[in-house]
Design a protein around this ligand. Structure first.
Ligand code: SF4
Ligand code: SF4
Length: 166
């Protein structure tokens, strides 16, 4: 007889995990829950390839070709590396060389010993409130980026923006 009882195999989020455990100690669900979905790391940026530890980076409003610029979400997140092989899989060991991430990014903040931003969903536990507060804080690419498809290098240089702060 087939057992039809559904089992949730997703590891649970431990209470206040972000302040109680090191990044390397988080389970998969906790790690994923840190991402606020802002989409800023999918924007094309100018930075010194030789020194990615430095927060010296200029963001453009030009996004990766897989970005849905209206919603701000990756169109094929689960299989993204099939389309964009160099899409970075963020892991704790890569963080030291990813200080180009935006200042509000929870991964960068926790790595630097800072707290989560006050509007983070893990703190508000209210998705609508978080969205409102992120908009008020001028955070997120939805509705204000364009796809890299068809953009020339010359055009790219004119698309540097100041609404992403590394
Ligand atoms: S910048 Fe950080 S919080 Fe924003 S989408 Fe990228 S990983 Fe997530
Ligand atoms: S493949 Fe998806 S997650 Fe990766 S940079 Fe592009 S839009 Fe972002």
């Amino acid at each position: 007889m087939t057992n039809t009882t559904s089992v949730n195999l997703k590891p649970a989020l431990r209470p206040q995990f972000w302040s109680r455990f090191k990044l390397s100690e988080l389970n998969h669900s906790e790690w994923e829950a840190l991402c606020d979905g802002c989409g800023c790391c999918c924007l094309i940026k100018y930075m010194d390839d030789d020194d990615s530890e430095v927060e010296d980076v200029e963001y453009t409003d030009v996004a990766c070709k897989l970005m849905d610029c209206a919603t701000g979400y990756c169109q094929h997140y689960d299989v993204r590396q099939h389309y964009v092989p160099d899409c970075i899989q963020l892991t704790p060991d890569k963080l030291p060389s990813m200080m180009w991430l935006p200042a509000h990014c929870a991964y960068k903040r926790l790595y630097k010993g800072q707290s989560l931003p006050s509007w983070h969903l893990l703190l508000t536990e209210d998705a609508v409130l978080t969205q409102q507060q992120m908009r008020a804080a001028n955070i997120g690419v939805a509705g204000r980026c364009i796809s890299e498809t068809g953009i020339t290098d010359e055009e790219m240089e004119t698309r540097v923006v100041n609404w992403v702060t590394p």
